[in-house]
Structure formats: C-alpha cells, structure tokens
Design a protein around this ligand. Structure first.
Ligand code: SF4
Length: 202
C-alpha cells in the first residue's frame, strides 16, 4: 500500500472561505469513495495525498488556486473575516502578506493567528493566539486569546496604531521569539504566561 501524507488545503484569503467546483474536483481526484475530508476550525481541509508524488499533487492543487500548508506544529494559515466591506478598505492585501510571511513556520505548538477587517471582529482575533484588527487606517495587535477549554480567555492588546510594515515586523518577531524560546509542545498561551506580555513587547 502506498504511503500517504496529510496536508491542509484551502482556497487562500478572499471574500469568505470558499472553494470553487474546479478546486473541489481537483481535490476529489485524490480521494476514493471511502476517503474522508476533514473540515477543521482553522478554515482548512485536511486531505491525505500519496507521499511519493506529494510535490506534483501540491503543484496541481496550486494550479487551480488552492493553497497548501503543513499539518502539525506550525503556524496555521491566517484565519480571516469575510471582508464584507471591500478588499482595500478592510486590508485584504495586508492579510495576504501576513499569511505569506508566517503560515507554515515551525513552532513549539500549533499557532492560530486571526485577522479581522474592522472592529466588528468577525474573524475572532481576540480568541486567537495572535489577533490583528484593522481600525481605521491602522492595525491593532492582540495576543494571548484562548478559545478552547474551561480556562478560555480573551486576548489583550499588545500594540496599537501599527502601519502594515510595523505589523508584519512585530508579528514575525513574536513568532520568532516563540519558536526559539518556547518549550517543546508548549502552547503560545502558556508561553506568554511564562515569559509575560511586557517581556514579549520588549
Ligand atoms: S470584521 Fe468587519 S469587514 Fe470583516 S466581515 Fe466582519 S463586519 Fe465585515
């Protein structure tokens, strides 16, 4: 029997988490009638593909606009709102750039980063490890949200009024610090409690 590897796919960042029929048909080419597709809370689908020709399959997926990411202890693809007020006004290019820079980076434990285009907050940034909220022409950055468990917690503001460049830089630095200083399988929430928000800020 051929070895399979699990990957995560989605349609990339756009107006809502959508997949078109061509993308679905391409995915189904690699599924038998008994196979299942797992829909995760990260706005990703998990699919198992043959390990031996993983690269060609990913290339084929990407040719129809699917984005492919690793599964496991990596930064997940950016969870976003639906950008209902428009691409530019709600900063979709900024969300795409954040995703390009961070998604798939190895970290001690799965890291959830969320983006929301206005203060209504449909992208749930306060319940993610790292959350970005566009406010007027700038960006506010939250850390430490925890959606799961009895000890669920709302994140708190780390920095506000950031330009896109300042935002990219800060998010990348936070992830680099976590990747370097986090203990094996230590969640970002625990890591933040251990080192403290002020140290992270500095
Ligand atoms: S957060 Fe704002 S821009 Fe994004 S979907 Fe909600 S209301 Fe629309």
């Amino acid at each position: 029997m051929e070895n399979k590897i699990k990957i995560a796919v989605n349609g990339g960042i756009g107006f809502g988490s959508k997949l078109n029929s061509k993308q679905l048909m391409t995915i189904s080419k690699y599924m038998s009638e008994e196979d299942e597709l797992e829909l995760t809370t990260f706005q990703q689908l998990y699919i198992e593909i043959p390990e031996d020709n993983k690269d060609e399959v990913i290339k084929e997926f990407e040719s129809v606009g699917l984005k492919c990411y690793p599964v496991g202890n990596y930064v997940k693809s950016l969870r976003t709102c639906n950008f209902c007020k428009g691409e530019e006004r709600e900063g979709m290019p900024v969300a795409k750039e954040i995703n390009r820079r961070i998604a798939g980076k190895p970290v001690p434990f799965t890291l959830k980063v969320a983006y929301t285009g206005c203060i209504i907050g449909c992208g749930e940034p306060m319940l993610s490890d790292i959350g970005v909220m566009k406010y007027k022409d700038h960006y506010n950055l939250y850390v430490g949200g925890k959606a799961k468990g009895k000890d669920a917690e709302v994140g708190s503001l780390l920095k506000e009024n950031l330009t896109p460049e300042e935002l990219y830089d800060t998010v990348e630095k936070i992830i680099a610090v976590y990747a370097e200083m986090g203990k094996k399988r230590e969640t970002f929430h625990k890591f933040l409690k251990r080192i403290g928000k002020e140290q992270l800020k500095s």
